[in-house]
Design a protein. Structure first.
Length: 379
C-alpha cells in the first residue's frame, strides 16, 4: 500500500490545508466504475453479472436521494477493446433502468498515435450504436476516459500498457472531455500532482499529466485584461483526480495510517471515516471552495465488489450520508455521474455559483434516449 510514496507524498506534505468556507458546502460524489464484466469470465458469465446488476441496482438506488432528489449515480467505464453487442445492450438497459451512464475504458499495449486513434473512434461508434455517450452543443460525440492498468500517457516506468507518449492529445482530438484515471497509487504510474482538478498539456515526453494548470473560477467582477480580445490559449486535457492521502483514523497495526485512494471494494467499503478524509482533502475548483469534488473508483464487474456496492456496507453508508449531509447542517449532497461532475466543474470555471445541481447538463448532454435526472429536464 505504500509503494510510490516518493511520487506523491511530497505533494501531500506540502499541501495547503483546506479551510471550509462559511455557509453551505456542496459535496459532489461520483462513482466511476472500471466496469469489466468479462474479468476472468466468459460471455455467458459476463451477461449474468450484468443481469444481476439489473435485478438489484435500480431498486437499491431508489431507496436514497440527494439534495436534488437524485438517487446515487453510477458511471460504467466500459473497456472498448472488449466490445460485444449483447453485453453492451444489457449495459445500456441497466443504465436506462438505474439512471447510470457509460463512458470509455481502454486497456492497450504498444500502440502508436494512429492505432490508438482508430481504437477510440471505433469504440465511440460501438457505444453510440447503443445510445450511450454524450454530445456537445455542436453535436460532437464526447466521452470521459479511464486508462486501463493506470498507464495514461505511457506513464508506466517500464513502458507497459500503453506505448503512446502523445496520448493526451489523441484523447482530446477524439472527443474526450476529461480523464478520470487518477489516483493510481500505490501503482508507479501515480502522478506527482494530487487531489486536483487541472488541465495537462500534451508533451513529447510520457506522463505529461505529471504537472498541469489548476482549474480556476473566473471572476465576473474583474475588469477585462488589455489582451482580452486575443483568443485564450487552448487548455490541455482536463483531469479529474480522486482523493489521495493518509487516513489516520484507521491505522495498520494500530500505528501506521492507511492509504486512502478513493477505491470502493469488498475489502475497503465506504465508511464515515473515509468520507471525512475525502472532504478534508478539499478537491475543488480554485475560487469555488464551497463545491467539493469527490471522485471515487471501483471495479464493479468483479462479483465481490458488486455484492458490496449493492449490499449492507453501501446501504449503511448511504444512510449515513442521508443523516449527516443536510442543509440544516450546512451540507448539501449531490450524487453525480462523471459527465455531470465535469459539467458542474465547467460551470464553476465560468464563474457560476449557487446550487451546483442546476448545472448537471451545462455542456455535455446525453443523447440517444435522453435521460434527465431530478428536477432538471433536457430539451
Amino acid at each position: 500500500m505504500y509503494k510510490a510514496l516518493n511520487l506523491w507524498l511530497p505533494a501531500y506534505l506540502r499541501r495547503r490545508r483546506y479551510v471550509r468556507p462559511k455557509g453551505t458546502v456542496d459535496i459532489l460524489i461520483a462513482a466511476c466504475d472500471h466496469f469489466e464484466p468479462l474479468h476472468r469470465a466468459d460471455k455467458a458469465t459476463a451477461l449474468e453479472r450484468i443481469r444481476n446488476w439489473k435485478n438489484t441496482f435500480p431498486k437499491f438506488v431508489q431507496s436514497f436521494a440527494d439534495a436534488d432528489g437524485c438517487p446515487p449515480r453510477h458511471t460504467f467505464f466500459y473497456p472498448i477493446e472488449q466490445y460485444d453487442p449483447d453485453i453492451v445492450s444489457e449495459l445500456a438497459e441497466l443504465c436506462r433502468l438505474s439512471g447510470g451512464e457509460t463512458e470509455v475504458h481502454l486497456h492497450h499495449e504498444s500502440d502508436t498515435a494512429e492505432t490508438l486513434r482508430a481504437k477510440l473512434e471505433r469504440g465511440k461508434e460501438d457505444l453510440t450504436r447503443h445510445g450511450l455517450l454524450s454530445r456537445d452543443a455542436a453535436g460532437n460525440i464526447r466521452y470521459g476516459f479511464i486508462h486501463g492498468d493506470w498507464a495514461l500517457d505511457n506513464s508506466h516506468p517500464r513502458g507497459h500498457h500503453c506505448g503512446v507518449d502523445g496520448e493526451l492529445g489523441v484523447l482530446k482530438q477524439t472527443g474526450c472531455y476529461a480523464d478520470f484515471t487518477m489516483p493510481s497509487a500505490p501503482d508507479p504510474t501515480q502522478t506527482r500532482i494530487i487531489n486536483s482538478l487541472y488541465y495537462a498539456q500534451d508533451t513529447p515526453q510520457p506522463k505529461s499529466h505529471d504537472t498541469g494548470r489548476l482549474v480556476t473560477a473566473k471572476d465576473s467582477h474583474s475588469p477585462p485584461r488589455p489582451d482580452s480580445r486575443l483568443s485564450p490559449p487552448e487548455p490541455g486535457l482536463l483531469l479529474i483526480q480522486g482523493p489521495l492521502g493518509l487516513n489516520w483514523e484507521r491505522r495498520k497495526f494500530g500505528l501506521l495510517p492507511r492509504l486512502e485512494n478513493g477505491e470502493l471494494s469488498a475489502t475497503n467499503p465506504p465508511r464515515p471515516d473515509r468520507l471525512r478524509v475525502w472532504t478534508r482533502l478539499g478537491i475543488h475548483v480554485q475560487g469555488r471552495p464551497e463545491w467539493l469534488f469527490v471522485k471515487l473508483h471501483t471495479h464493479g464487474g468483479i462479483p465481490q465488489n458488486y455484492q458490496m456496492l449493492v449490499g449492507e456496507p453501501m446501504r449503511r453508508f448511504h444512510v449515513f450520508l442521508s443523516d449527516t449531509c443536510r442543509e440544516e447542517n450546512g451540507v448539501r449532497l449531490h450524487h453525480v455521474s462523471a459527465r455531470e461532475m465535469v459539467n458542474i466543474l465547467l460551470a464553476a470555471e465560468d464563474g457560476q455559483s449557487g446550487n451546483p445541481g442546476q448545472f448537471r447538463n451545462y455542456r455535455q448532454r446525453l443523447w440517444g434516449e435522453l435521460r434527465a435526472c431530478c428536477t432538471e429536464k433536457m430539451n
